[in-house]
Design a protein around this ligand. Structure first.
Ligand code: DGL
Length: 268
């Protein structure tokens, strides 16, 4: 079943994972993608580990119905808490976004002072800190949960006074730590990059895991000899667990292009 013609499966708690799909499409344009957004149960970032792991197991089971050759956990919160369990339960190669983001940050930092922002659950898991220290134990990591960022993005408040004020509150403690690199450890945060940049100034490097994740996926496909070399146009499918209106309306902001049809399903 696992051949070059099979699609890549991607799941997220909702819409934000489309930022990872965007990077995958740019990097691996010949690959078909099946996307699953658990919009009925979003957000994951405020939930407990056991709930996040349970939802993530169900999401993988859904994607396996499509014979996917590899699964990408686009959601930072799921990657933080569920990746080891998913790898234990399933044979299909599974890529999370934490290690790629950590790797990009370790490569970028010059002063070895790295900030991480994410949902409450992601920060609580210390997954980025662990991944960074595996790569370089001398890097100092400063973490900050930013729970208001996801609703701001979902409401389209990407810039303007409210976003700027909230970003200022969250980021000031990290500025005091003189970080030179900041990991945007949540699917939604790349959309707030201009506001984050306004607060931090031009000198701090912003790291978005999506691009590095796409390159890790390429490595996995090469390693399993399942990289698609077909000239045929790839087919992307999008599934959500709630009414798809919101996903359709704002999805293009995350994906950078219009989404075709979105199908509503039950994952469990
Ligand atoms: N996708 C989640 C993440 O990257 C953000 C939204 C949520 O809290 O579910 O952590």
């Amino acid at each position: 079943m696992n051949g070059a013609r099979q699609p890549i499966g991607v799941f997220d708690s909702g819409i934000g994972g489309l930022t990872v799909v965007k990077a995958l499409i740019e990097d691996l344009p010949q690959e078909s993608i099946v996307y699953f957004g658990d919009t009925a149960r979003v957000p994951y970032g405020t939930k407990s580990k056991s709930t996040i792991v349970r939802f993530s197991l169900e999401n993988v089971e859904f994607l396996l119905r499509f014979g996917v050759k590899c699964i990408v956990i686009a959601c930072n919160t799921s990657s933080s808490w569920a990746l080891p369990t998913l790898r234990k339960y399933f044979k299909v190669p599974i890529v999370g976004v934490i290690r790629p983001g950590a790797l990009a940050a370790v490569r970028q930092t010059r002063t070895k002072r790295v900030g991480v922002i994410g949902t409450t659950a992601t920060i609580h898991s210390r997954a980025y800190e662990t991944a960074i220290h595996r790569l370089d134990p001398t890097v100092k990591v400063f973490s900050q949960g930013c729970p208001l960022f996801v609703p701001l993005v979902e409401e389209g408040r990407l810039n303007g006074t409210i976003s700027l004020q909230v970003a200022g509150e969250y980021l000031r403690p990290l500025m005091r730590q003189r970080i030179d690199t900041l990991i945007l450890g949540c699917t939604h945060y790349p959309l707030l990059a201009p506001t984050i940049r306004r607060v931090l100034g031009p000198k701090v490097t912003l790291v978005d895991s999506a691009r590095q994740t796409a390159s890790e996926v390429r490595g996995v496909l090469l390693g399993t000899d399942t990289l698609s070399d077909r000239r045929a146009r790839p087919r992307h499918r999008f599934f959500v667990t709630d009414e798809p209106g919101h996903f359709n309306r704002i999805g293009h902001q995350f994906l950078g292009q219009l989404i075709g049809s979105v199908e509503r399903v039950n994952s469990h």
